[in-house]
Every structure is written in structure tokens, then in C-alpha cells.
Write a protein that binds this ligand. Structure first.
Ligand SMILES: [Fe+2]
Ligand SMILES: [Fe+2]
Length: 135
């Protein structure tokens, strides 16, 4: 399956946020590689766990930025993060119990969610943060 490419379509123009998005995309591409090469459930599970943990870290960083700079549109943004975290948590526990697989549909869902979230929601935050600095 096709890999994600971190190009200008996904850049939001905030160095910290862009750097973290690049790492999220690396996780997703690594997961895709493992699925494509039929790697062991254990290894796939480890990378899935890494992706989930890093996603939580990244969401926390964005939420701290929203808080620090009093971002007006934070409710919608945080709700989107919460919903995705719940979905990923559910997937993780189902995967651990052998009740779910990492299918191509699921990989597409992850990729689409990230692209959509970056382009529509994170970009608005990055635009708001332009010119602002932590004092
Ligand atoms: Fe976000
Ligand atoms: Fe983000």
C-alpha cells in the first residue's frame, strides 16, 4: 500500500507541530511496512502502541499551545483529539486480545484521519500561532 509523504500539502508552518507530524507519519509508514510484509503480531502490536503513545504526546503538545496562547477554537480541536484517542485505544485493546487486525481499511482510515485533521484543524491552529512566541 502507498506510503504517506510529508510534503508541503501536510506542512502547517509551525516548526514544532510540523516536526511532530513528520514523526507520526514515520510511525504510520513503519506500521504499513510491517503489515505489508506480514510481520509478527507482536512486532505490529509494539509499533501500534508506539504510534498511540506518540499521538497522545503530540495531542498534549498542541493542547498546551492552545492553552498557553488562549486559542479561541480549542473545544472543537480537543474533541477531535479525544475521539481519535478513544478509537485508537479501543483498537489497541481489541488487537491485544486478538479480536482485531490491522487491515488496509484501517490503515486508510488512519492516513485519511491524519491528513484531514492536519489540513483542516491543525492548520488553523498553526495560522493562529504565527507571530506568537512563548514569553
Ligand atoms: Fe490536532
Ligand atoms: Fe497535529
Amino acid at each position: 500500500m502507498s506510503k504517506m509523504i510529508f510534503d508541503e500539502n501536510l506542512h502547517v508552518g509551525n516548526r514544532l507541530i510540523d516536526r511532530e507530524h513528520a514523526i507520526l507519519i514515520e510511525y504510520i509508514n513503519t506500521l504499513q511496512d510491517l503489515v505489508d510484509s506480514n510481520s509478527s503480531r507482536h512486532l505490529v502490536g509494539q509499533v501500534l502502541e508506539g504510534l498511540i503513545q506518540y499521538t497522545k504526546t503530540h495531542f498534549y503538545v498542541e493542547e498546551e499551545l492552545m492553552h498557553a496562547f488562549r486559542y479561541p477554537d480549542y473545544v472543537k480541536h480537543i474533541q477531535a483529539h479525544e475521539k481519535f484517542k478513544q478509537t485508537m485505544q479501543q483498537l489497541s485493546s481489541q488487537y491485544k486480545q486478538g479480536e482485531a487486525d490491522i487491515t488496509n481499511d484501517l490503515m486508510n482510515f488512519l492516513k485519511d484521519w491524519l491528513v484531514n485533521h492536519i489540513q483542516k484543524i491543525d492548520r488553523k491552529l498553526a495560522d493562529f500561532l504565527k507571530g506568537k512566541q512563548l514569553s
